[in-house]
Design a protein around this ligand. Structure first.
Ligand code: PXP
Length: 247
């Protein structure tokens, strides 16, 4: 099977820092530690309200990282300007609502196909790999392909929520949908990523899909770092991914 990359999302290091308004803990330090622990890339989401990652964090990460930066952003002109300034390895376009606690669903690509096609064109021209965060929904994946995205990231939140709430039939149904849509996306020539809400308990079935090439995992790793440390938390996630992959 092809390699499976682990992107570590460091947004919530910034959440803890911002709780006190100072400079500690530093997301760049966490990112460097993640790289040393085996992360293949770092993901950061600059939200419109800057509730965690800041503009300075993005500049500092761009400077400091040795692995690729996956810059998560809403499809706004402001974010497009910032992405074009820093030219990260990848941009992942996500839906964003001010009042939400986290990215709740996938992007409505089908309804906004024309606007999004124009929106991502300059990002692609600047050399960024364009990824679209979508639900496991055929219409959205086909639309992501039509607008010229190179990657789709499948939203694993519904699968993880069903697992956490003990709704096992729903969990298996969600997993089946993810499996089918990963195969569809790959058949269209899209690279397939997945993420949101993944934990030590839920990562393996998704990591086992041969089409999936990258997982982006944040909240659980940063939360687990409180108990076991960041380096062991990343190494354990990596180990589980490799085990699922039969490596
Ligand atoms: N992938 C995308 C596109 C996301 O928006 C997020 C959350 O910011 C993640 C992955 C990581 O989700 P979590 O923090 O729940 O692991």
């Amino acid at each position: 099977m092809d390699d499976l990359r682990l992107g570590v999302n460091i947004d919530h290091v910034a959440t803890v820092r911002n709780a006190r308004g100072g400079a500690y803990p530093d997301p760049v330090r966490a990112a460097k530690l993640a790289e040393a622990a085996g992360a293949d890339g770092i993901t950061a989401h600059l939200r419109e309200d800057r509730r965690h990652i800041s503009d300075r964090d993005i500049a500092a990460l761009t400077e400091a990282l040795e692995t690729p930066l996956n810059f998560e952003m809403a499809a706004t002109e402001e974010m497009q300007r910032i992405a074009l300034r820093h030219r990260p390895h990848a941009v992942c376009i996500v839906p964003e609502k001010r009042e939400e606690r986290t990215t709740e669903g996938g992007l409505e690509v089908a309804r906004e196909e024309n606007r999004l096609a124009h929106f991502i064109a300059p990002l692609r021209e600047a050399g960024c790999r364009v990824s679209i965060f979508v639900a496991a929904d055929r219409r959205q994946i086909e639309a992501a392909h039509r607008i010229g995205a190179q990657v789709v990231e499948l939203h694993t939140g519904a699968y993880c929520d069903a697992h956490a709430e003990g709704r096992l039939a729903d969990r298996d149904h969600e997993l089946e949908g993810l499996r089918e849509m990963a195969a569809l996306a790959q058949s269209l020539g899209l690279e397939v990523h997945a993420g949101h809400g993944l934990t030590f308990e839920t990562v393996q079935p998704v990591a086992a899909f041969p089409e999936v090439r990258e997982l982006n995992i944040g909240h659980f790793i940063i939360a687990e770092a409180i108990f076991m440390g960041l380096d062991p938390a990343i190494r354990e996630m990596r180990r589980l991914m490799d085990e699922a992959r039969g490596a």
